[in-house]
Design a protein around this ligand. Structure first.
Ligand SMILES: [Zn+2]
Length: 324
């Protein structure tokens, strides 16, 4: 396995751990709500608070107004938390019963630390070294760029090589044309193991080496920025705003991130919508088909992702390169 593949496998492991953490917390929440039903309503209010405040903050013009909204929301958030803790105590449960319990509290089981573009947490680096040591692939850390593209590794059968070469050419032209692209956005579709991540990384490398600013992020890490934005009640907006404001944003593996009901889709729509309104460039790689994108994210998000007036969609075809 290459380093990138180890990273992908580890990120999936972290995603599963996060899902387990969430389920565990859900279970404790159910237990608490059975004893004190008002906790459910308070949690809902708390969740709505963050989203409403974010909308207001995007609308408001002056820094003073933004600060006032953030202050009000923080105060209400703290009051809600205090009430929940009191209710838990009265129900005979620990006050921290609903706090998340992580395998690694430093990265909260995301594998990442810091704002976008983030770096891997120490726990992640340690696991990565172990995996690479175990399969003897420690050497060969791959710097991915267009010059490293090697058509000979791609099967010729069924036009896979020809298709990938054409897609690579399109990606390279897109990266070279930035920011004067005829179509601002690029959607890379196809099953896993066909080289989407490689070409997304190549675009990032080319655009940044031409001196432009770009942010590359996995959908999982984007989800994490959304989650922090949502639950930190107005305190930290840097992570999510950085995604809105990046001149070029590259999202890898859209569709693999966990879904928080009513939250992931709302924020993703806000992100895509704000970026479209400001005419910023967005590159998305996904294993999902257009139909699956609609099913997962709904009509509004899908129409942003698939908007033909602003987006070039390319389809990867063929067999998983990792299986060879
Ligand atoms: Zn960690």
């Amino acid at each position: 396995m290459t380093r990138t593949e180890h990273i992908q496998a580890l990120l999936e492991d972290y995603a599963r751990q996060r899902a387990t953490d969430e389920l565990d917390q859900d279970r404790r929440l159910g237990e608490a709500c059975a004893k004190a039903p008002r906790i459910g309503a308070l949690r809902q209010e708390s969740a709505a608070l963050a989203l409403n405040a974010m909308r207001s903050i995007l609308d408001e013009s002056t820094p003073e107004q933004r600060a006032a909204i953030a202050r009000d929301m923080k105060a209400r958030g703290q009051a809600i938390n205090a009430e929940i803790r009191a209710l838990l105590k009265a129900a005979g449960l620990p006050e921290d019963h609903l706090d998340m319990r992580y395998r690694c509290p430093v990265c909260r089981d995301t594998g990442y630390v810091g704002e976008a573009p983030a770096r891997f947490c120490d726990c992640f680096e340690a696991r990565l070294r172990l995996r690479q040591y175990e399969d003897g692939s420690m050497a060969g850390v791959d710097e991915q760029n267009f010059d490293k593209f090697d058509p000979s590794v791609i099967p010729e059968a069924d036009g896979q090589r020809a298709n990938t070469v054409a897609v690579k050419k399109l990606c390279e032209e897109y990266a070279d044309a930035f920011p004067k692209n005829r179509l601002r956005n690029l959607l890379l579709c196809g099953e896993g193991g066909l080289g989407k991540t490689f070409l997304l990384n190549c675009i990032f490398e080319r655009v940044t080496s031409r001196g432009f600013s770009a942010v590359r992020i996995t959908a999982f890490r984007m989800f994490e920025a959304i989650r922090q934005q949502h639950f930190n009640s107005g305190e930290k907006f840097e992570g999510f705003s950085a995604l809105i404001e990046a001149p070029m944003l590259l999202i890898d593996d859209l569709g693999t991130e966990p879904m928080m009901r009513n939250i992931t889709v709302e924020y993703l729509f806000t992100l895509l919508n704000e970026r479209a309104a400001a005419k910023r460039h967005t590159v998305v790689a996904t294993n999902l088909t257009p139909t699956q994108l609609k099913e997962r994210y709904g009509e509004r998000v899908a129409s942003r992702l698939l908007d033909r007036t602003a987006t070039a969609a390319v389809q990867f075809k063929g067999k998983d390169l990792r299986q060879r």
